[in-house]
Design a protein around this ligand. Structure first.
Ligand code: SF4
Length: 416
């Protein structure tokens, strides 16, 4: 770390962080802070959103936008081409505002215009129907250059209440299945037809991401989850003539045999399995289900083994940045959380596994929903630290770049 957070001082505001870290792109710092604090839209800004042009309705395993609520822009794009994945946060009192001033859509904080933004454009496929009559926006969730598909919408670590404490998947699914009749599992033909339609649009999509909650059952841990993904990947893969297609699986920590099956039986290109918290003690408290099935050290061991199958730069793991400081059992000082995370990320990198970060948002529906994310400076140092580790170890992160994903401040730094 080239700079150190001083926990005994007041947290720095956006402009102060920009001034302190001139080597970090201002776009990345702003994106991080918008993700951290959320956005709200003024009436003038909402009047600029056009349902014929902009994406104002989306469904994922963690969120639903514009389904039974009023349609709002799903998210924002900045002038450097990076996305901000930050939905409206009605529960937050400290959000950035999107406003329309002097003919420009802008991000505003405390009356200061900080940056021009655009709404995400709606891809051609979303309003079409599959042959079973299901709207395609319910099958694939688009970002500017990626589409996400969740073949299964629940996580079985919640069966005995041992889901991850920052995660809202169970609360979200239980609400959605009642209010919007959301199915637990997607139909393979619906997935095939949606991807077939989506990739007809020239130049729009660079990759397809698949993720579910964890499915623990079957003849061994995660066996049923593996089967769900094989079915989905085979159906989607029918649209491609090459042996492998641009794809990312974000899934549980599968055994080498399970991964080998997926690799042989499908066209999957890259594999992600999120460790979430890079400290064994904090992991046990925050992710109690994963901590016993299969356990912290086994999760990491499986990541390292996955590199043998997919190759260096094609296997990564995400941390929920800052959640290791949750109260009451997390790190008290941000510098201690940062140090623990970067030390273990370095050890994983030395074995070919890339670590990336997300910005922890204490979402409604999660155990931690009343907590507060760490300072902006913490996230900037986390992004810088992870980017430096990758550079030291010669690891690429193209599978989760600003185009392929857009949700990770640290991978935005890797394009420079
Ligand atoms: S494994 Fe944890 S983070 Fe992933 S879906 Fe389940 S509860 Fe949520």
């Amino acid at each position: 770390m080239s700079a150190v957070i001083q926990s005994n001082k007041a947290p720095l505001f956006f402009n102060e962080v920009v001034a302190k870290y001139p080597e970090v792109s201002r776009f990345v710092i702003l994106k991080t802070d918008v993700q951290r604090r959320g956005v709200t839209y003024t009436e003038r800004a909402l009047a600029q959103a056009d349902r014929a042009q902009h994406l104002m309705q989306a469904r994922s395993i963690f969120h639903a936008i514009g389904e039974k609520s009023a349609p709002v822009p799903v998210s924002l794009l900045m002038r450097d081409g990076t996305s901000i994945l930050a939905g409206p946060r009605p529960d937050s009192v400290d959000t950035y505002q999107v406003d329309f001033i002097d003919g420009r859509l802008v991000l505003v904080d405390e009356g200061e215009i900080l940056e021009e933004v655009e709404y995400w454009l709606k891809p051609d496929f979303v309003e079409k129907l599959t042959s079973s009559g299901r709207p395609m926006w319910q099958i694939a969730t688009p970002r500017p250059q990626r589409m996400d598909i969740s073949p299964y919408s629940y996580c079985h670590y919640w069966d005995d209440g041992k889901g991850c404490k920052y995660c809202n998947i169970a609360a979200h699914y239980n609400k959605e299945r009642k209010t919007n009749n959301k199915p637990l599992r997607l139909d393979a033909l619906d997935m095939f037809e949606t991807v077939r339609e989506a990739i007809r649009q020239p130049g729009r999509f660079a990759t397809i991401g698949l993720t579910c909650g964890s499915i623990l059952g079957g003849n061994e841990l995660f066996a049923d989850e593996v089967d769900v993904y094989i079915e989905a990947l085979q159906a989607i893969g029918e649209n491609f003539t090459t042996r492998r297609f641009p794809s990312q699986l974000v899934a549980s920590a599968f055994s080498p045999d399970q991964l080998a099956r997926i690799y042989e039986q499908t066209g999957l290109l890259t594999y992600t399995s999120d460790i979430e918290v890079l400290d064994e003690e904090k992991f046990k408290w925050i992710c109690p289900g994963k901590a016993t099935r299969p356990g912290y050290r086994e999760w990491k061991r499986r990541l390292v083994e996955a590199v043998q199958i997919f190759g260096r730069g094609y296997v990564n793991t995400a941390v929920v940045g800052g959640v290791e400081m949750a109260t009451p059992h997390g790190f008290v000082r941000e510098e201690d959380g940062l140090r623990a995370t970067l030390d273990e990320a370095e050890e994983l990198a030395s074995q070919g596994v890339v670590t990336i970060s997300c910005v922890w948002v204490p979402n409604a529906g999660s155990v931690f929903h009343k907590q507060k994310a760490p300072s902006l400076e913490y996230f900037v140092l986390l992004a810088k630290g992870l980017d430096s580790i990758r550079r030291r170890h010669g690891l690429i992160v193209d599978m989760d770049s600003y185009r392929m994903c857009g949700n990770h401040p640290d991978t935005d730094l890797s394009r420079i």
